[in-house]
Design a protein around this ligand. Structure first.
Ligand code: MEV
Length: 289
């Protein structure tokens, strides 16, 4: 019998990199995700040829005999939308189904850490925590502190830089420049707190929120994780009328997000400079949290 596990991808609204140093992050699930199928065979474990780190991660948790792994995804891979974490959690859900138990969050979080460590060396845990919880999250790695976080309806334009970032290398690069970059990480921590306060207001001030997101991008630039293309996407979106924009995820490629009122003119401007984009809306009703 084939066993399947699913997990959604994520967006980081704020806190990438600084979350590794104990500052908070605000993360949202997206309606794109990954399904992992464990198909029975009578042969040693067969893996799709995607990435050697993923193969190592799969071999660390899956039985060495009797399954073929197949994945289906509509989530862009390696673009800062949590694809490795979604693959990890979807694999664990399929494995739990094969073993005949319902996975708890604690099990997914602990095992997810082991898998994510194969990818990133030193993950904060925010990505796979979000994929396992499947709801907007305020996350601090110490504790860890994981709180469902009510996000009002936000319209976000997701802009694809066309290249992939390597999260492990980017996190290691920030570590290599630590503690000289500590004040930048502190500033991103402060911005995340202020973004959190702004989102909690009964009628969040979108202009202020946009400005905070853009300030966050400028700090990520200073941290050395942006690219000329990400900067170009952010500037183009703001010039075309976005409230604010920032890279999202580890950087070094991947995606940037823009907070918009009406996405059309901004999407036109992004497509005119040759990049793909799509719009998403966040949906978490505050009163449900
Ligand atoms: C990657 O989505 C987020 C980073 O902060 C790494 C992590 O938190 O493990 C760059």
């Amino acid at each position: 019998m084939t066993h399947v596990g699913y997990a959604p991808g994520k967006l980081l609204l704020s806190g990438e990199h600084s979350v590794v140093y104990g500052h908070p992050a605000i993360a949202l699930p997206v309606s794109l995700g990954v399904s992992v199928y464990l198909e029975p065979t009578d042969r040693p474990l067969e893996l799709p040829n995607i990435d050697p780190r993923l193969s190592a991660a799969w071999r660390s948790v899956l039985p060495s005999f009797g399954y073929r792994v197949r994945i289906e995804t509509n989530l862009p891979i390696g673009k800062g939308m949590g694809s490795s974490a979604a693959l990890s959690i979807a694999t664990l859900r399929a494995l739990a189904s094969a073993k005949g138990f319902t996975p708890t969050f604690a099990w997914l979080y602990e095992k997810g850490f082991e898998i994510e460590t194969h990818f990133h060396g030193n993950p904060s845990g925010v990505d796979h925590a979000l994929c396992a919880m499947e709801q907007s999250l305020w996350y601090e790695k110490d504790g860890p502190k994981l709180e469902p976080f009510g996000i009002p309806t936000l319209r976000l334009l997701i802009m694809d830089s066309g290249t992939k970032g390597n999260t492990g290398e980017l996190v290691a690069g920030v570590r290599a420049r630590h503690p000289q970059n500590e004040s930048i990480l502190d500033k991103i921590g402060d911005l995340t707190q202020e973004i959190g306060h702004t989102l909690k207001a009964p009628h969040p001030d979108m202009k202020h929120l946009g400005s905070l997101l853009h300030q966050n991008h400028i700090q990520l630039q200073a941290l050395g994780v942006s690219t000329p293309t990400l900067d170009h996407l952010v500037d183009t979106a703001i010039k075309a009328g976005a409230y604010g924009a920032k890279l999202s995820g580890a950087g070094g490629g991947g995606i940037a997000l823009a907070l918009v009122e009406n996405s059309e003119p901004i999407a036109d401007a992004i497509q005119k400079i040759g990049y793909d984009c799509f719009t998403i809306e966040t949906h978490t009703p505050k009163e449900s949290l």
